[in-house]
Write a protein that binds this ligand. Structure first.
Ligand code: ARG
Length: 465
């Protein structure tokens, strides 16, 4: 680092006579966290240099030197040889200062028709787009893990719950497919988000555009933006909707992961004993040798807190900011980086947990039949066969459950006389409807829990990747 480049003043200090106070540097510098944007920053600069040369704003010779220098810097940073300087504030000025060291004065031409305002908007968009693409892939793998589980458990009876009280029998396949729906909606939100952010802000310059004859369509194309350049230069540098949307997508997906994690925690207790997590995703207790703790699931359940925190952080930063750029917006990154690392980790951990999950079919089936889970089937039979109004049938069934409870047996273990003591028109045919299997098989309505219905949904999602 030369003397001249060691201070940020060398980059913008023409009208400053003193260096920044140490505390100013501390609050101002973003290089400690925005250095992760180096690949995007360098890609943006290379595209910009190529365009400047194509438009004859800089010479081909300068562009070649700039691009070679930038490629050297890319290698230096990737290999950990680059010395980042806080005095140079951020990734943009660190790269430019090093470029000057490497190629001399030509480096100063790179920033023609550009500002750090459009530069950072570009870098961050490119970074978010990559993370969203990763998230799309991770969600697809998680969905595939659930589809496999569902396929293997079409006839694994389990209790369906409302209020976490046994409600009606369902199958583990059906329950798994509920998560497929949730994660597929997340994936669709990810894709929407990519589509909306797929416009290039480079060339908006500081806020008003530029007098140089730049070609924004060219840079947008070089950088892989499907929807061309952004259409308003003020908005281009002041917009952080793409970060907010990404964070909302993460929070919603994190919420789904957290609900699933909670179910895994409950299901893996000895009391439920519905599933067993593999050793790979369990931990032991340092004091109680019998324990298997679902730590990974608990941490997934907790990490959504970071994602929600990140979203609220940036919503709060952005509210009330006048157009166009304000330095407040530098506070968009750390929270987003943290949330993005968290969601990537949670999605991978959950995919591992689901793939390795051992389902205890016997325990699930036993629980499916307890808690008078087929009471609704009895009521439905009374409506269908005896033409009873549903409210009356509900009443008769309630009395039947009370009798079973008194005799400490399940509904199917009551005698025909027991049943007829409550409603004399009941026939022996009713026993066909009180088993868990009959109950599940009968729920053939579209989206219902009958194996045929669930199989159709699995087919649908296998095709819709
Ligand atoms: N480090 C800054 C950020 O993250 C880059 C943009 C700086 N622009 C400026 N006008 N000071 O927002």
């Amino acid at each position: 680092m030369t003397e001249q480049n060691a201070k940020s003043n060398s980059m913008w200090g023409g009208r400053f006579s003193a260096s920044p106070d140490a505390i100013m540097e501390e609050i101002n510098a973003s290089i400690d966290f925005d250095q992760v944007l180096y690949t995007q920053d360098i890609a943006g600069s290379i595209a910009h240099a190529k365009m400047l040369a194509a438009q004859e704003i800089i010479s081909d010779d300068d562009a070649t030197k700039i691009i070679d220098g930038l490629n050297t810097i890319l290698r230096e940073i990737s290999e950990g040889e680059f010395k980042f300087s806080r005095a140079l504030e951020d990734i943009h000025m660190n790269v430019e200062a090093r470029l000057r060291e490497l190629i001399g004065d030509s480096a100063g031409r790179l920033h023609t028709a550009r500002s750090r305002n459009d530069q950072v908007a570009l870098d961050f968009r490119l970074w978010v787009k990559e993370r969203l693409t990763d998230m799309d892939g991770a969600l697809t793998s998680l969905i595939a893990a659930f589809l496999d589980k569902a396929e293997a458990n079409l006839e694994t009876w389990m209790p369906g719950f409302t209020h976490l009280q046994t409600a009606q029998p369902v199958t583990f396949a059906h329950h798994s497919m509920a998560y497929v729906e949730m994660f597929a909606r997340d994936r669709s939100r990810v894709r929407d988000c990519i589509n909306r952010l797929d416009e290039c802000p480079l060339g908006a310059a500081a806020l008003a555009g530029t007098g140089f004859p730049i070609d924004r369509h060219m840079t947008a194309k070089t950088l892989g933006f499907e929807n061309g350049p952004t259409r308003n230069s003020l908005d281009s540098v002041s917009d952080r909707d793409f970060v907010l949307e990404f964070m909302s997508v993460m929070s919603i997906c994190g919420t789904h992961l957290s609900r699933l994690a909670e179910e895994i925690v409950i299901w893996s207790t000895p009391q439920f004993n519905f599933v067993k997590l593999s050793d790979k995703f369990s931990t032991g207790s340092s004091i109680m040798p019998q324990k298997r703790n679902p730590d990974a699931a608990e941490l997934v359940r907790a990490k959504v807190g970071r994602m929600n925190g990140a979203l609220v952080t940036l919503l709060t930063v952005m509210k009330g900011l006048p157009l166009a750029y304000s330095k407040d917006m530098q506070e968009d990154k750390e929270a987003c980086f943290d949330a993005a690392n968290s969601i990537a980790l949670c999605l991978s951990a959950m995919q591992g947990m689901i793939s390795d999950l051992k389902v205890n079919k016997e325990a699930m089936a036993k629980a499916a039949g307890s808690g008078y889970s087929t009471a609704t089937d009895l009521a439905d039979w009374l409506v269908r066969e005896l033409n009873m109004p549903f409210r009356d049938a509900h009443h008769v069934t309630g009395a039947t459950v009370a009798l079973a409870e008194k005799k400490s047996v399940g509904l199917e273990a009551l005698t025909l006389e027991d049943l007829q003591s409550i409603e004399p028109r009941i026939t022996a045919e009713i026993f066909d409807y009180l088993s868990v299997e009959k109950s599940v098989q009968s729920r053939m309505s579209f989206g219902g829990t009958a194996p045929k219905q669930v199989e159709a949904q699995i087919k649908y999602w296998r095709k819709t990747q």
